[in-house]
Each structure stands twice: as C-alpha cells, then as structure tokens.
Ligand binder design. Structure first.
Ligand SMILES: Nc1nc2c(ncn2[C@@H]2O[C@H](COP(=O)(O)OP(=O)(O)OP(=O)(O)O)[C@@H](O)[C@H]2O)c(=O)[nH]1
Ligand SMILES: [Mg+2]
Length: 383
C-alpha cells in the first residue's frame, strides 16, 4: 500500500484525452542464479562525491550508539557535616541512532557512511546524574529496507516509521549507588558502557502500485508524463531515464495509484548488460506490472518474452504478477499493422494499444489500472 501521506501533492487539471481523470506527480522512488543476489561483475563503486549527484538506492552504514557517561565517586562535605556520605551521581546513558522514514527524502544519497550517537555525560557531585545523549535521527526515504548481513531487520515502508539502529550505552553508577548497611562509605563507581556498533545495509525499494518495465525507447517516460504530472525526461535515444520516477494517478473515485517508471531493461540485463537489472528491485513491491512495448518495432511480442525472461532471472515468479501489456506508439502506421498479430499471440484482453504521444486510448489503460488496483485493495481487505 502506498501511504496516503505520500500522495499529498494537490490535483491538477486534466489532459483533454484523459477526460475524467486528474493527475498528480511525485518525483522521486537466494537462489544461486537470481541476478538480484549477485554483485554486478566488474563495476567500480562510485566515490562519495559522485554518489551525491546520483540517485542512490543502496548504502552501507556503520552506526554506533553514544557511550554512557561514567559514574562519579565523591563524598558530601559541608561545614558541621564532616561525613556527609557518598554523593557521586550516575552517568547519563548514551544516545541511540534511529532511522526514520521521511517522505521528503527521495534517495539514500544524503545518508552518510557512518553515524555516531551522542555520548552521555558523567555523573557529578551532590547525586547529580549526567545528562543522557540525545537521539540521533537519520532520515531515510520511505520504502527503505534495513538489512544486517543477509537478514532483513526492518522495513520502513510508511512515513514516520522508526527503527533503532544502534542502542546507546548504559551510564555508569556513581558511588552513591553502592551505599549499603555494611558499606557506609563506598568509593566504587563504574564507567559508562560503550554504545552498540552495527554495520547495516540500507536498500531502497520504491513503494508504487504499478511498475512500468520496457525496453529503452519504448515510451515509458512519455506514458508516465501522459497519465500523471511526473516529469521524467523524454528523448529519442536509449537509456534516457537513469533513475526510477514515480507518478501518482488520481482516479475519479479518489483512489490514488502510484506508477513507477523503471529505467530500460534489455535482454542480458541480468548479466549486467545495459544498466543491469538492479533497478528491478523497485518493482519488487509493485502489485501489478505494465509491460510497455514499442509496437513500431518488428516482432514486438519478443520484447514481452525478453522482459519476462529478465524478470524471472532477477526473481523467480516476478513475471507472474498481474500485468497488462501496453502496446505504445499506435499512432504510427507500422505499429497499427502489427497490433492484430500481437493480440493473437498474447491474448486480446492482455494488450492495451495506445499512444503516449497523442493520448489515444489512454482512458482504457487508466480504467484497467483502476480495476487492478481495486482488486488489490479487495484482496488486502480480505486478509
Ligand atoms: N510516435 C510516437 N512516439 C513516441 C510515443 N511515445 C514515445 N515516443 C517517442 O519515443 C522516444 C522514447 O520515449 P521515452 O518516453 O523517452 O522512452 P523510454 O521508454 O522512457 O526510454 P528510456 O528512458 O530510454 O528507457 C521519444 O522520442 C518519444 O517522443 C508514441 O506514442 N508515439
Ligand atoms: Mg525514460
């Protein structure tokens, strides 16, 4: 589910051909042979400076809780009160490091490689406890998965979700704590404990209802621009889109459907050809898929076969998700000629022929999106 607060950008007037629909956009969000479990071979990691400029969807972070303050050892003394007793206060506890899902944050590029929680202060005289370390909040995008080793330890999928990444250390005890009947003047005090230290792997998986996958130049970004007011760049060269974009379609029954435009996939993407298949992580959470096909290309059905093959290589069963095939560029004569054959091969109800450029037949796609979304909501309610 896409949290409603994520979709809070106000509605915009309609596109003529889309009729009753309003649009709103939002820019951004192990089996041995699964490509997602393999590191892309031979690709150099980007430097910190370069990472800042890019859309970053995974990060390794060292988090360390603050150290607890030391307990104090001292004795009360004032005029006419020579043996005032032990009055060393306890140290304050160290501050935790907390990951918090923030919808203003769109990628993990702002997340640093290490975080240190603030330390607790030492205890003082007159039984004064030291100040505890403050919480250190690290804002991460909504949809961040937190892993330790291969184990998923948290899924921050709603705005405001929090996860304590590293606990602060406990404060030490002052000598007042050790006062007992058989020991009226303890000098013992304990030091503060070090904070927890962990290496976490953050992975951003976009939260969208529908994921668009297709070959480069199929017209995915054009389609997203046509049905929402997200503005991914459109150009006639392959791999124009280098990071995922999410657009929100507002339906007339006030449903909001988030649609993700994923960078182009080519055959062999699981072997790191083209942009590789790591971007497919962003459709893992999508409830349904749109296979966008360039109908003006020869044998357009092979594009669907190749896309399904790549999806299966990435994660078994991914291509089985509810889906429709969007046959784009129907405005071109050669595309119109290829449509009957595509329909015959894939089934007439699976294929929606449209033109993202002219807006022809967008209505059918939007109705189908609404139908798929309603089915998904009904299935969730049943659970
Ligand atoms: N004639 C026609 N051209 C289209 C249509 N949709 C997109 N195009 C053109 O196809 C080219 C590629 O469109 P994009 O939307 O950038 O394609 P994409 O799938 O996002 O491509 P990548 O980002 O590279 O993966 C652009 O020149 C568009 O103008 C359409 O319906 N009809
Ligand atoms: Mg694109």
């Amino acid at each position: 589910m896409v949290p409603s607060r994520l979709l809070s950008v106000g509605p915009r007037p309609l596109l003529g051909s889309v009729g009753r629909w309003t649009q709103v956009g939002l820019l951004s969000a192990s089996c041995a042979d699964c490509a997602k479990h393999q590191e892309p071979p031979g690709k150099k990691l980007l430097s910190e400076k370069k990472l800042k400029k890019h859309f970053v969807d995974h990060r390794r972070v060292l988090v360390r809780g603050g150290r607890g303050g030391d307990g104090a050892s001292c004795f009360h003394s004032e005029p006419r009160k020579e043996f005032g007793g032990p009055d060393g206060g306890d140290g304050g506890s160290g501050g935790h490091v907390v990951l918090r899902a923030d919808q203003q944050v769109k990628s993990l590029s702002s997340v640093l490689s290490r975080y240190q929680g603030s330390h607790g202060e030492a205890g003082g005289r007159k039984n004064c406890s030291g100040r505890s370390g403050t919480l250190l909040y690290v804002p991460v995008p909504v949809g961040t998965l937190v892993k330790e080793g291969n184990k998923v330890v948290a899924d921050l999928s709603c705005p405001g979700d929090e996860y304590i990444a590293a606990l602060g250390g406990a404060g030490g005890k002052g000598n007042r704590f050790f006062l007992a009947n058989d020991n009226r003047a303890p000098v013992m005090c304990t030091p503060g404990q070090p904070g927890q230290e962990r290496v976490l792997f953050l992975e951003l998986k976009m939260v969208a209802h529908a994921g668009m996958v297709g070959f480069p130049n199929a017209g995915k970004s054009s389609l997203l621009r046509a049905i929402s007011n997200a503005r991914p760049t459109v150009a006639s060269y392959p791999f124009t889109t280098l990071k995922p974009h999410v657009g929100i379609v507002h339906c007339e029954d006030h449903q909001q459907i988030a649609v993700a435009d994923i960078p182009g996939i080519i055959r062999g993407a699981h072997q790191n050809r083209g942009l590789g298949s790591t971007f497919l992580r962003h459709i893992e959470r999508c409830r349904f898929l749109l296979f966008v096909v360039d109908l003006s290309e020869p044998e357009p059905w092979t594009q669907v076969e190749d896309l399904k093959f790549e999806l299966e290589k990435y994660e078994a069963g991914l291509s089985e998700r509810p889906h429709v095939v969007v046959a784009n560029k129907i405005d071109l004569p050669q595309a119109r000629a290829a449509l009957p054959q595509l329909r015959a091969r894939l089934g007439p109800s699976t294929v929606i022929a449209l033109s993202a450029a002219t807006g022809e037949n967008l209505e059918e796609l939007l109705l189908r999106l609404q139908e798929l979304h309603s089915r998904h909501v009904a299935a969730e309610l049943r659970w």
